[in-house]
Design a protein around this ligand. Structure first.
Ligand code: ATP
Ligand code: MG
Length: 418
């Protein structure tokens, strides 16, 4: 029992309403009373009760319609509704559950039963809330872990271009001393203090200076070194930008995002996870409209699926020295949805475990390589966070494709937990 819970009692019959409210108040609940549907909806919106006890037959709006309205509003959509009615027809009971009711009590009722059911639903609701909270915490923890895991790969990715930018800069520093020597010679020749040399002398001194500076070599190598440094710096800035985008804390509100860019940045930061065993092909549909999404969470979904694909391929090709696999990521618009397909040429998923792969903590990987949280998080983020769907097509010996669909129109959402 939770004394702090607030219960809205809705009944047009003042006696019944009074009995219910009084008994619940005595038990320690805070109670609110409404005599009809519109008053009930108004009070629910204003006070956000923890549970609603709802009569069905009332003048004006009936209880089923009230329940439907409560379920369609963000602030009351997950508030448990218990119908309490004289109607005992199974069709009514069925209707009560189909409009989102959590339970059904028939009149005449026993107060002990009402109390027990109220208490059970409050406990259940609280447990679901806790679960949602711990799921959100799990999501954050996995994200931090992923950023940590990727950091080593990103450091490596940045290190290589940094090294050759350094080598090139040192080369330019050395060659610049030859250029300085050449300039000094030319300056000496043009100086007004020294007697003017003959044309022959002049030419031979210049030739000697040009030879000494190895000008042909400089003319060939300096532009190359500059080119390669610019290329390296571009690569570093691409990785840093991708890391920034990937680790973007993400708001709890959906934003209109370019999911092609999200895929590009995630594959860039995760490059170290797949590049030894697979080639990556991106087929990103440029005409795809922005998708309302929680970008940080979506990045994490893509990362989890890429890492799974790389692991599945590694199981087939080993360290990559005997051949490589392929990861193909495709985006497109399918009706009113954006579709992301992540396909791999790994070993596929055996039929016996199809139904388990999205279960929390289900893994076939050894300790240290997988904890079985990846796909559970992917599933929660896609279905609950985005109102989308995720399917899998797989063939043992050939590979696996995960297919994500995200609605292009933002639905009224319940994302605060994610
Ligand atoms: N692309 C894939 N190819 C083959 N099997 C896969 C693929 N993706 C997932 N699986 C199977 O599903 C299981 C669950 O995947 P999930 O991502 O949830 O956990 P994990 O990868 O084992 O661990 P974690 O993601 O927490 O590091 C994997 O252990 C693997 O057996
Ligand atoms: Mg995984």
């Amino acid at each position: 029992m939770s004394p702090s819970a607030r219960i809205l009692v809705v009944d047009d019959d003042a006696t019944i309403r009074g009995i219910l409210a009084e008994a619940l108040a005595k038990t320690g609940y805070e109670t609110l009373e409404a005599t009809n549907g519109s008053e009930a909806e108004h009070l629910a919106r204003q006070h956000e009760p923890d549970l609603v006890l709802l009569d069905v037959a009332m003048p004006g709006e009936d209880g089923f319609s009230v329940c439907e309205h409560l379920k369609s509003e963000v602030s009351t959509s997950d508030t448990p509704v218990i119908f309490i009615t004289a109607k005992t027809n199974p069709a009514h009971i069925e209707r009560a559950f189909s409009v989102g009711g959590s339970d059904y009590i028939t009149k005449p009722f026993h107060m002990r039963e009402v109390r027990a059911r109220v208490c059970a639903h409050l406990d259940l609701h609280r447990a679901v809330r806790e679960l949602e909270k711990s799921q959100a915490a799990l999501l954050r923890a996995q994200k931090l872990e992923a950023v940590g895991q990727l950091a080593a790969g990103v450091a490596h990715e940045i290190n290589t271009p940094t090294q050759f930018v350094g080598d090139n800069t040192r080369f330019l520093q050395e060659t610049f001393s030859d250029v300085v020597a050449l300039i000094e010679t030319l300056r000496g020749l043009s100086s007004a203090d020294s007697p003017p040399p003959s044309a022959d002398q002049l030419i031979s001194t210049i030739r000697e200076a040009l030879d000494q500076a190895d000008v042909d070599y400089l003319l060939a190598q300096v532009p190359r070194a500059l080119e390669s440094s610019l290329h390296g710096l571009k690569r570093i800035s691409k990785i840093v930008k991708a890391m920034k985008q990937f680790s973007h804390p993400g708001s709890s509100e959906k934003e209109q995002a370019n999911i092609n860019r999200a895929i590009e940045s995630t594959t860039t930061v995760a490059r170290n996870e797949w590049r030894y065993v697979a080639d990556l092909e991106l087929h990103l549909d440029d005409s795809l409209p922005p998708v309302p999404c929680l970008l940080g969470d979506l990045n994490q979904v893509i990362l989890n699926l890429i890492v799974n694909a790389a692991h599945a391929i590694a199981d087939v090709v080993g360290d990559g020295s005997q051949g490589r696999g392929k990861i193909t990521i495709t985006t497109s618009q399918v009706g009113g949805e954006a579709e992301i397909r992540i396909a791999d040429t790994g070993g596929g998923i055996p039929e016996a475990i199809h139904s388990k792969i999205f279960d929390p903590f289900f893994t076939t990987k050894e300790v240290g390589k997988g904890t079985g949280q990846g796909l559970a998080i992917v599933h929660t983020v896609i279905t609950e966070g985005h109102g989308g769907s995720i399917d899998v097509e797989t063939e043992v010996g050939k590979g696996t494709t995960f297919i994500i669909r995200l609605p292009l129109e933002a639905a009224p959402d319940r994302t605060e937990a994610a």
